[in-house]
Design a protein around this ligand. Sequence first.
Ligand code: 5AD
Length: 346
Amino acid sequence: MHLSESDILRWLRETNESRIQTLYDTADRVRLENVGDAVHLRGLIEISNICCRQCTYCGIRAGNYRLRRYRLTRDDILACVQRAVTLGYGTVVMQGGEDYGISARWIAEIIRTIKRQTPLAVTLSLGERSDDELLQWAEAGADRYLLRFESSDAVLFARIHPPATGRETVDRIEQLKRLRSFGYEIGGGVMVGIPRQTLSSLAHDIAIFRELDLDMIGIGPYIPHPETPLGAKKHPGDPVEDQVPNTEQMTYRVVALARLVCPQANIPTTTALATINLAHGRELGLQRGANVIMPNLTPPEYRRLYEIYPEKACVHETDEQYYAHIAARVRSVGRFVGTGPGDRRR
Ligand code: 5AD
C-alpha cells in the first residue's frame, strides 16, 4: 500500500472513529508482517543534562536556571551498561544535551570499551555534533544515531531551535543523510502538537520519514514544560489554523502512519506517550505500530534531573522494578521481549 502525502494528510484529518480504528489495525498487521511480535528493549542512559542550546520547548535548555545540572562519569556510564547486560537488553542508548564539556575522544573511548566488553549495540543521541565527531564515534563502533528533525517546516524549526551562538544552523534532514553515509543506522522523528505545527506540515514530516528510509522513528506528544518559553505561555495567542493537537490520539495516529510508510523501521512507544497515559500509553503504542521500548537506566538520583518535560513516566522506579513492569506490559498485549541487538531488518 503506497500512501501519498495527501493520503497521509487525509488520515491526519480523519474524524470517523471506525476508520481510525482500521488505520490502527492496518499498522498493527504491517508491524507483525515486517518486524514480528518481538519488542526490543533499549536501555536509555541519560549521560548529561547540560545543554548549550535554547530550544524553546525543552526543559533542559541552557536558559532553565532552576535545573541542577549533572554529567555522569565514565564509571557511572559503564555501571549502567553492565546493568543493561544483566537485564538482557540488546542495546544501550547514550543520550544527552549538547554538552561541549563532553569531548569526542571521551565518548569514543567509552564506545570502544562497551564494544570490547559487551555484545551490545550502541546508539548515540547527543544532538547536533560536528561531522568530525560523528565520524570518530562511528569508527569507535557506534551503531546508530538518533536525531529527531522535529519539523520539516523550516520556519517552525528555526522558531523553536535558536541557533547555538557561534555555530551554523544545521539542516537536520541533511545531517541524517550524512549520518547514514558515515555508517550509522539513523533515527529521526518529531514531537506531535508543538504550537504552530500544522497538520499539513506533519503530513510532510511523515512523507520525509519514508524519503529518508529511517531505521528508527521516535514520536511523542509535545508536553509543555513551565520553565520554557513555549510552555510558560498562559495565553499562547490564537492557535494557528490547522494546528496539530498534542493529544494521545493524534500521537497514535502518527505512530501508525510511520509504520505504514516505513514498514521495517524500529519504532518505540515513547516515554512521552506513557507520561500522558500512564495506565495504557505504552501498550496502545505497541498495538498501533510500535515495536520498541526504551527503559530508563539512568541512576535514579539523576533521572528526575533529565527533565525535558515534566512528570516523566517511571522516574521513581528501580531498574529491576521498571524492567518487570515493562516486561509484564509487553506480555499483556501478547508480545514478547526480543533478544539481541534488534537491528533494522532489510
Ligand atoms: N515535550 C515532548 N517531547 C520533548 N522533547 C524535548 N522536549 C520535549 C517536550 N517538552 C523531545 C524532543 C527531543 C527528544 C529527546 O525529546 O523531540 O528530540
